[in-house]
Design a protein around this ligand. Structure first.
Ligand code: DAH
Length: 350
């Protein structure tokens, strides 16, 4: 039954209540009583269709008039209460910038801001640790673009155009002709040799890309660190010594490097490099970390360096793998998801 009088009376009562309320929640409850799914006005509107045709217009007018009574009051009260709440919130979050940070009687910055501070991502911290080590032995830190020319990513590194080794790396090709998302940090070798010449000692931590699916051990976007040393008279013994020192800095004094024969187009001879790693929980073993070798004469030639005079070594290693090993992280998802609760465990290391 469409009872116009009752509807008008109800709406008047609730409009009065709305005027008097001091709470946004209560205001919204009042709105729901009228306009919610089972609200008085909602049900009344549904009823109109069932009325006799000659009654419909009158009922429609009643509903629009009660809407016109309630809605402006609702909007006005809502605006007023929201501005009161905002003022309260601003007052509660006020930060006294004149308080000295060293004062222990004062709440920490995050407490005063009533929020948590962020944490640096452990991969970022690791990249800096690696860079610090190489700087400490007198090397320079180099970088290159992530969208790379195919020539630097492959050709300069002795991957011929039809070289089967191009298939070793699952490449994202760019829309622009002859560009790729770099599949490794090795193109920085060629860039740095061309830009800086020899002798050259560089390390290059950075982001690389391959068309892998994300799972517990793979991610399409990951990080590597490349190393390159070119000088007169460098040998594989220098490579082994550098890796030993680097691994000790990264994994502790008991760590050391082992080389196993392998193949890469840009090195000859080439090797896989393993690290001897002692787990904190006990147990130890050789774990593969990357590749290395003596830089191929063709790479030196591509960069305008005479291989009869200069020689040197290069290596590349995965940083996610290093991080997982160092901190016993089991699942790659933890590294890529960027959850602050994960980063906080490692991210504040310096
Ligand atoms: N770029 C290689 C890769 O991503 C790793 C690598 C192997 C780098 C041997 C090197 C090297 O510098 O000499 O699989």
């Amino acid at each position: 039954m469409f009872d116009a009088e009752k509807i008008q009376k109800d709406v008047e009562d609730f409009t009065k209540k709305a005027k008097e309320t001091t709470s946004l929640i209560e205001l919204d409850n009042i709105r729901k009583v009228l306009f919610g799914d089972k609200g008085i006005i909602t049900l009344a509107s549904k009823m109109i269709g069932k009325l006799a045709p000659e009654e419909r217009a009158g009922a429609g007018k009643v509903l629009s008039s009660v809407r016109a009574t309630f809605n402006p009051v609702f909007e006005e009260v809502k605006e007023k209460l929201e501005s009161v709440e905002l003022k309260k919130q601003i007052a509660s979050e006020k930060v006294d910038v004149t308080v000295e940070s060293g004062d222990s009687s004062v709440a920490s910055l995050s407490e005063r801001l009533n929020s948590t501070l962020g944490a640096r991502h452990p991969i970022q911290v690791l990249q800096e640790d690696v860079a610090n080590f190489f700087q400490s032995i007198g090397w320079q830190i180099a970088s290159g673009p992530e969208v790379e020319a195919e020539w630097y990513n492959f050709d300069a590194l002795n991957f011929g155009p039809d070289h089967p080794a191009r298939q070793m790396q699952d490449t994202f090709y760019g829309e622009q002709l002859n560009t790729v998302l770099r599949t490794h940090t090795s193109p920085v070798q060629a860039r740095s040799l061309i830009d800086c010449g020899v002798p050259l000692y560089i390390a290059c931590p950075g982001k690389v890309f391959r068309t892998d699916e994300l799972d517990s051990t793979h991610t399409p976007v990951f990080h590597q660190c490349e190393g390159l040393a070119i000088d007169k008279g460098l040998t594989m013994a220098n490579l082994k010594g550098t890796l030993d020192a680097f691994f000790k800095a990264m994994f502790g004094d008991s760590a050391k490097a082992r080389l196993r024969p392998s193949y890469f187009p840009f090195t000859e001879p080439s090797a896989e490099m393993d690290v001897w790693f002692e787990h904190k929980k006990g147990g130890a073993g050789w774990i593969e970390l990357g590749g290395c070798g003596m830089v191929h004469p063709n790479v030196l030639r591509s960069c305008g360096i005479d291989p009869e005079v200069y020689s040197g070594f290069a290596f590349g290693m995965g940083l996610e793998r290093t991080l997982m090993l160092r901190h016993d992280i089991q699942d790659m998802h933890d590294i890529v998801e960027g959850d602050i609760r994960f980063s906080k465990q490692y991210g504040l290391e310096s």
